[in-house]
Each structure stands twice: as structure tokens, then as C-alpha cells.
Design a protein around this ligand. Structure first.
Ligand SMILES: Cc1cc2nc3c(=O)[nH]c(=O)nc-3n(C[C@H](O)[C@H](O)[C@H](O)COP(=O)(O)OP(=O)(O)OC[C@H]3O[C@@H](n4cnc5c(N)ncnc54)[C@H](O)[C@@H]3O)c2cc1C
Length: 376
């Protein structure tokens, strides 16, 4: 086991929340190291090219909303202007084997998207940090309180390593943190209960992306928005890039659905057959089919997150916004937010709040040290 003690703040998780915390702490002059288990940043934001060389399209989070100042503020800082979800045309409603054409506006009218996907926000935030701040393939396993800081054990390339810092920000979904991190001393029972009871937003979901040469449905008067009681996709949206080529549809796969455990080719065939039922024969030959089942992502979901939650809170519980270990252990993540729970905006808000809590704790510590020095 090797030890590295160069950072003043360790951040666990390079999702939008951890990266926002890093951004604010770096701006305040702190030395920060972000430890990320995956081989990429962004967490639940993840975009892949719809076709080789085409614009990245979201397999994770997609939308922001105009009432979300935290998210839109960060996007502005990063120079990423959102654009409106395509929504002109009819809504398709599939029930009992019949497709109804409804003149209603698309259910996603007015939603905001980002060029390059919501993942572009995390990528831009990471790129703006000093080189070497984010360490990929670094999975935290344990946290220990020290008299003057914290120690984090990390699995990197099959080896364990420890890092020490003045403070640590845990920016994992709370339930995943409870499931995969050891805390010494153990966390108070109320905090453990709060973590375990907190669902991880959209961890039960699965997205399918189907790419065509053009968004052919638009010229037939469809918006691309469809709701289906037949499935396997329950909700479908136009996910084409702003320039309109290639044409991309994305859909949420029903959860649960027997096809979730089938071979990918069987799922693709069922999805394409559904798109043909809804949008006609032009849907029969997609150029590409891609999918991601978030329940199978060990750095997002625990077994308890596989089913859709029956209800979700409006905000994270106060226990998950209250620093522990004399201000050295701080929580971030969309599920700890005080507004827009579970969403990108909540992730940004929670990251900024966690950074402010680190700074408040460190200012207090230096005041105490100063007082002690003055007293001697
Ligand atoms: C399919 C889908 C669709 C969604 N749609 C929307 C939407 O349209 N609009 C919206 O606002 N929100 C949406 N969301 C939710 C949105 O993605 C989240 O609110 C947001 O991305 C959460 O960011 P976060 O940083 O809090 O957590 P995460 O993105 O989960 O980041 C946590 C990070 O911690 C890392 N990690 C995990 N374990 C460890 C470990 N042991 N050590 C180190 N690192 C670790 C993970 O790899 C990850 O990078 C969607 C989510 C999904 C999955």
C-alpha cells in the first residue's frame, strides 16, 4: 500500500456534482484530487456518437429546464448554450395495438438539450480543471477519520493505495456510498439509514438509441414523441442533433420487462418493430442501435436500485447535507440536493454547496489555529 498526501481536498466521484465541487474549490485556491472509479468522467451523464463520427447522443441524462438556475448557470460558465428539444408535430400514443395520432404538443416541448449531450457539461467541467486533477480508474473503498484529516483507500489497477487530505467530499449516489464504502468510525445510524433509503434517480432505467439517416418522422408530421402501453419502449423522443442529421430516436425501455434479460439482438428487433408500428416502414432499417441498462452499472446502481422507486423525495434529507467528522466529511451528489432532487440541476447545486461547506470548515479550522497561536 502506498501513500500520497498532496491534496487538501479529495473528491470521490467525477459525476457532475463532484466536478462542480472541484471547480469551486479550485477557484478558491484549494489543491483538489477527484478520484473516479470509471474510465470516464460524467457518471450518469454519458453520450456516445449516434454513428461513427456523428454527434454524441445521451444514453444517460438529457434535459435541463428553464427554471433551473444552477444547471443553466454552469452551462453559461462553460460556454455551452442549450437548445430546445425538437417538438413540432403530432404525438403518437400506442395502446392495445393501435397507434393514435394526437395533435397535442410533445410531452418534452420546451425541454432543453445540450450539444454533445448532457455529458458535454461534465467533460467541459473536467477539462477546465488543472491537468491531473481527475484520476480515472480509481475506486474508493474505505474512508478513515484521522486526528488532522481523512484517509481514503483506493483500488487502482488492482492495487490498493491510500490518499490523505484535510477533507473529503463523497459525490457518489448515497445508496451506492453505503453499499460500497467502509467508514471508520462507522457513520451514525441515522445517516446510514438515510443513505440506504435514498433511491438513486433513474438507476432503474434503460435507454435505447436508434439512428437513421434523417429524422424521417418529422416530414410525416410526427414530433418523434410517443407514449406506448405496448412497449418495449414506454416513452420515445426525438434525439437528433440540432442540425437534424442523422435522425435519432431515443426511448426508455420498460422496467421491468422480460426483454431486459434477453440477448441484445432480440431487444433491437423488438424496438425496431415498435418504431415501425408507430412511425411506419421508413423505420425498418436503422443505421445503428445502441443501448445502456443502468441497473447493470456497478458505479451507479446497487441491487436495491433495480426497481423504479414508488416515490421520490423533493429534496435530500438534512443528514446528507450535514458535514461529519468535524467538517472533514462532506456529502455531494444529486440525491443530497435541497431542490431539483436527483436531477442535473440538483447535482450542480449539491456540488457547489459541498464546496462551500469545505471552505467554511477550513476557514473555521484556520481561525481556531490562529486563535491558538494568538493565545500562546
Ligand atoms: C438514463 C438516465 C436519464 C436521466 N435523465 C435526466 C434528465 O433528462 N435530466 C436530469 O436533470 N437528470 C436526468 N438523470 C439524472 C442525472 O443523470 C443525475 O442527476 C446526475 O447525473 C447525477 O450526478 P451526480 O454527480 O450526483 O452522480 P453520478 O453522475 O452518479 O456520479 C457519481 C460518480 O461517482 C463515481 N463512483 C461510483 N463509485 C465510486 C467509487 N467507489 N469511487 C470513486 N468513484 C465512484 C461514478 O462512476 C460516477 O462518475 C438521468 C439519469 C439517467 C441514468
Amino acid at each position: 500500500m502506498t501513500t500520497d498526501s498532496t491534496s487538501s481536498v479529495l473528491i470521490l466521484g467525477a459525476g457532475l456534482s463532484g466536478l462542480m465541487a472541484a471547480r469551486r474549490l479550485v477557484a478558491a485556491g484549494r489543491t483538489v484530487r477527484v478520484l473516479e472509479a470509471r474510465d470516464r468522467v460524467g457518471g450518469r451523464t454519458h453520450a456516445v456518437p449516434a454513428l461513427p463520427g456523428a454527434a454524441p447522443t445521451d444514453l444517460g441524462a438529457t434535459w435541463g429546464w428553464s427554471h433551473q438556475p444552477q444547471l443553466l448557470g454552469l452551462a453559461r460558465e462553460l460556454g455551452l448554450a442549450p437548445f430546445e428539444q425538437f417538438s413540432t408535430g403530432a404525438t403518437a400514443y400506442e395502446t392495445g395495438g393501435t397507434v393514435h395520432r394526437l395533435p397535442h404538443p410533445s410531452g418534452s416541448a420546451g425541454y432543453l438539450r445540450f450539444t454533445g449531450g448532457a455529458a458535454a457539461l461534465a467533460q467541459a467541467a473536467a477539462a477546465a480543471l488543472p491537468a491531473g486533477t481527475v484520476q480515472l480508474n480509481a475506486r474508493a473503498t474505505a474512508l478513515r477519520q484521522l486526528p488532522d484529516g481523512v484517509e481514503v483507500t483506493v483500488a487502482e489497477n488492482g492495487r490498493l493505495r491510500t490518499y490523505r487530505a484535510d477533507a473529503v467530499v463523497v459525490a457518489l449516489p448515497p445508496r451506492l456510498a453505503a453499499h460500497s464504502l467502509q467508514f471508520k468510525p462507522a457513520l451514525p445510524a441515522a445517516v446510514q439509514a438515510a443513505q440506504q433509503q435514498m433511491p438513486t434517480w433513474m438507476s432503474h432505467s434503460m435507454k435505447s438509441l436508434v439512428t437513421y439517416e434523417t429524422p424521417f418522422w418529422r416530414s410525416q408530421g410526427w414530433s418523434g414523441f410517443a407514449v406506448s402501453q405496448n412497449g418495449p419502449l414506454t416513452e420515445i423522443h426525438d434525439a437528433s442533433p440540432p442540425e437534424g442529421r442523422p435522425g435519432v430516436l431515443f426511448g426508455f425501455f420498460a422496467a421491468p420487462h422480460p426483454l431486459r434479460n434477453a440477448a441484445p439482438a432480440a431487444r433491437e428487433a423488438a424496438v425496431v418493430a415498435q418504431l415501425v408500428r408507430i412511425f411506419g416502414p421508413a423505420a425498418v432499417h436503422p443505421l445503428a442501435y445502441q443501448e445502456l441498462d443502468w441497473t447493470r452499472e456497478p458505479y451507479t446502481s446497487t441491487p436495491a436500485d433495480e426497481a423504479a422507486p414508488l416515490s421520490v423525495p423533493l429534496q435530500g434529507p438534512p443528514e446528507l447535507r450535514t458535514p461529519l467528522w468535524q467538517g472533514r466529511l462532506i456529502w455531494a451528489g444529486a440525491e443530497t440536493a435541497s431542490g431539483e432532487w436527483g436531477r442535473l440541476d440538483g447535482a450542480v447545486e449539491a456540488g457547489a454547496r459541498a464546496a462551500a461547506q469545505v471552505l467554511a470548515g477550513q476557514n473555521l479550522a484556520s481561525q481556531i489555529t490562529q486563535d491558538k497561536t494568538q493565545a500562546t
